[in-house]
Design a protein around this ligand. Structure first.
Ligand code: NAP
Length: 261
């Protein structure tokens, strides 16, 4: 058992911001760092590319749309390390209306965080912007302190159903699936942070959502101002909040600043 060794894991990290987060953690985190990807070949290539920079990430497969792969990864880290010390959920969730199944599996991993763990959910300020475009009723639910994961998953499904019928605008939703997915990711982060505070009050776990900024990756364009390494700065800052820190927790952070929700 290597449970006295610290471990950091980053989902969807074979390229883009995730890869840059792994690169920074390899340099700054005192423990093992796992690059994770859904495709083993792409993941191993990425590990090789970091090796050529003199860095030594480890690898574990994980597809956030495959609950079994998440259960297997959670079991692996539980057995080998006793849980995870840093979890960066970088591969988007709720992206394609990925429903209850995905959110439960992400939760599965989140609640494996060790005492003093840091959980970082890569979201986007597009979530904040689009929250303000939702109907007052929807805004009230997303901002409420008593929304549950089940209610949130139900709302995401309602958006998907409405969008498929072309009725999302009249139902009070904005014109963007990506923006709504990030409303979901940020709201989920706040729900999970409240739950961690309530269910594990003495464990000192800090969980936050963040926006990396507009970053040049395959998802965007070369017009974006930030490099992937620059986009990694805020997620890595949250991943490495010092032991004993009590905030931020349950917030959305951009450029290391807590943003209004
Ligand atoms: P990217 O370069 O396209 O990388 C996305 C990563 O996610 C890839 O490694 C991809 O793996 C992985 N992925 C996709 N589906 C997956 C799944 N089902 N399971 C596991 N991994 C999966 O995009 P990026 O710009 O770095 O985005 C990373 C995160 O930052 C996303 O959550 C994105 O929404 C967020 N974000 C980005 C920006 C920006 O300006 N770039 C701004 C705000 C927020 P494959 O190679 O297998 O596809």
């Amino acid at each position: 058992l290597e449970s006295d060794r610290l471990v950091a894991v980053v989902t969807g990290s074979n390229k883009g911001i995730g890869l840059a987060i792994v690169r920074a953690l390899c340099k700054k985190f005192k423990g093992d760092v796992y690059l994770m990807s859904r495709d083993v070949g792409r993941g191993e290539e990425a590990v090789k590319s970091l090796s050529s920079e003199g860095l030594n990430p480890k690898f574990h497969q994980l597809d956030i749309n495959d609950v079994n792969s998440i259960i297997a990864a959670a079991a692996f880290f539980k057995e080998k390390y006793g849980g995870v010390d840093v979890l960066v959920n970088n591969a988007g969730v709720f992206c394609k209306g990925e429903d209850t199944k995905t959110h439960q599996s992400v939760e599965q991993l989140t609640f494996f965080a060790c005492a003093s763990g840091r959980v970082v959910n890569v979201s986007s300020l597009l979530g904040n912007n689009n929250l303000n475009k939702c109907s007052p009723d929807l805004q009230q639910r997303f901002r409420s302190e008593d929304i549950t994961e089940d209610e949130l998953a139900g709302l995401m499904q309602r958006f998907v159903d409405a969008a498929q019928k072309g009725k999302h605008k009249e139902d009070g939703w904005p014109e963007t699936a990506y923006g709504v997915s990030k409303i979901g990711m940020t709201t989920l982060s706040m729900i999970q942070a409240r739950r961690l505070s309530k269910e594990r009050p003495n464990d000192g776990i800090l969980l936050n959502a963040c926006c990396p900024g507009w970053v040049r990756t395959d998802m965007t364009s070369d017009k974006a101002p930030k490099s992937p390494d620059e986009g990694a700065i805020t997620p890595v800052y949250l991943a490495l909040l010092p032991a004993g820190a009590t905030e931020p927790h349950g917030t959305i952070v951009s450029d290391k600043q807590v943003m209004p929700w």
